[in-house]
Design a protein around this ligand. Sequence first.
Ligand code: NAI
Length: 286
Amino acid sequence: RGKRAFIAGVADDNGYGWAIAKSLAAAGAEILLGTWVPALNIFETSLRRGKFDESRVLPDGSLMEITKVYPLDAVFDCPEDVPEDVKTNKRYAGSSNWTVKEVAESVKQDFGTIDILVHSLANGPEVIKPLLETSRYGYLAAISASSYSFVSLLKHFVPIMNPGGSTISLTYIASERIIPGYGGGMSSAKAALESDTKVLAFEAGRKHKIRVNTISAGPLRSRAAKAIGFIDMMIDYSLENAPLQKELTAEEVGNAAAFLASPLASAITGAVVYVDNGLNAMGVGV
Ligand code: NAI
């Protein structure tokens, strides 16, 4: 039987989530996506109109099949948590069952179980502000969307994951080293995500034989990264200073994720795996 993967955080064909979906599909997995509610309409329309067909091509020439796209907003756990202004917002009112709990229930109803869970999402409304100028609201919003969202996904999806299953998130080295420009509490959010990776590896491992890992990825010109504003500088910096002087492709991160999700990685859990051309290992720029 092929494996079934749920990938949260895909709304176009530029980001890490899309590349991970492709690598998993190339390895034979069935693909389910969770797409942020406000981005759902344009993503599904583009998908239907064939706008992504070129980027759907797999190594064997076939096109990646996406079995189902679920609307998702990972900052809300259940309908009771959704404030009135969001409920009635016209970008949300057209979709239903998009809180984490409801999405897990829908996936269970539709497919029963999954084997692989990928968290490829982050949001920090004040990311362009230095930490010292970040508001409490901005900081907590970054943690809610970028860190607790992973805890919540695991909480609701682990019960429908087959034993031996694997979960993966995406992190960034700004959690452990100073990366000026990665503000708004996003560095704090990634630190929380990495620490939680260890604790959740213990809890989900003992209870359900599920593995939990995170990929610390190098810079990629995704939609989210472009919003931060310093992505071209970070790509140039990596090109100049990393042990491997080549641009990092999303596909390389996708392939690492496919490895971590596979039985080849059956003893790897609680790990932060660097997929960054080795930049993390440098002590000085040269
Ligand atoms: P992306 O823009 O492709 O992915 C971010 C996704 O998160 C988007 O699809 C967005 O719609 C979704 N999202 C935001 N808030 C959400 C919410 N409340 N509920 C559900 N979905 C929500 O950008 P990218 O860069 O591929 O990001 C994926 C992951 O990779 C993130 O965790 C990011 O921090 C991480 N990462 C990115 C790096 C980069 O240079 N692009 C470097 C290291 C890590």
